[in-house]
Design a protein. Structure first.
Length: 258
């Protein structure tokens, strides 16, 4: 395992322990609203602090971009860690055990290392650039589905800006009638990890941030999948929208979403 990936795994597991304890004591969450249908708990904040602390023990001069703490500069700014300490906070608050820790490392602007950790299932998804993707140490591959009618896809609704639903529904209607079925899990990072593992044949979402999809993007690419924006552009990290899956599936989804 790459040494930086090894540190990321340790950080993800440390955050996972905090999250599991918090899940078992949700009466003491101290939930706050960051915006419309956008929540944060003290567990999110504690988990992010734990991740950054663990990484800084080995790499004190690296830069960070965290969902809760924002951007932190470092003297070795060519290394930037992109962190979502608890992706799926609403699920967490409601007692739905479907959420994860997401950590990615960019080196000179390119995704280099990725960890997505589901602490409730004990599933650790990892990837290093050029080295493939793994689930608990075993190689995973994205779906090779070619016909959308055979697929199970994943998506999310624009719940933070519901005015966008009309436009979103146009694409959803076309895709729903063309595919086998659709899931909506509530964690973008886990949706991406499931695409990498071949559990979902494809996934699309609008209104997301870099920390939602950074680790997932590398996982999908290293698993042999394709990741684009809604127009088919191959650099979606900061576009606020993403399409991921097997090559044929993504090409078809983009046609419906353009």
């Amino acid at each position: 395992m790459h040494p930086m990936l090894n540190i990321a795994v340790r950080a993800a597991r440390a955050a996972g322990s905090i999250i599991v304890r918090g899940f078992e004591n949700r009466d003491d969450l101290e939930t706050q609203s960051k915006g419309t249908n956008d929540y944060v708990t003290k567990v999110d904040k504690e988990a992010e602090r734990a991740i950054i602390s663990k990484i800084q023990q080995s790499y004190p001069n690296h830069a960070f971009l965290g969902e809760e703490t924002g951007e932190t500069e470092g003297s070795e700014s060519e290394y930037q860690w992109v962190i979502d300490p608890l992706d799926g906070t609403t699920n967490f608050i409601k007692g739905i055990p479907h959420f994860c820790v997401s950590i990615a490392l960019l080196y000179k602007g390119r995704l280099d290392q990725a960890v997505i950790f589901d602490p409730m299932r004990g599933e650790l998804f990892t990837a290093s650039r050029g080295q493939g993707a793994q689930l608990n140490g075993y190689r995973i591959r994205a779906s090779k589905a070619k016909d959308l009618s055979e697929t199970v896809l994943a998506t999310a609704f624009p719940f933070k800006d519901k005015k966008q639903f009309g436009e979103y529904a146009l694409g959803l209607n076309k895709i729903f009638h063309a595919c086998g079925d659709i899931r909506r899990g509530g964690s973008a990072a886990l949706d991406m990890a499931y695409v990498a593992a071949g559990r979902h044949d494809g996934y699309w979402e609008r209104g997301i941030k870099a920390w939602d999809i950074a680790a997932g993007e590398l996982l999908v690419r290293e698993a042999g999948g394709l990741v684009t924006d809604f127009k088919g552009g191959n650099d979606p990290l900061y576009k606020g929208e993403v399409v991921a899956g097997g090559v044929k599936v993504v090409q078809t989804l983009v046609k419906y979403l353009k």
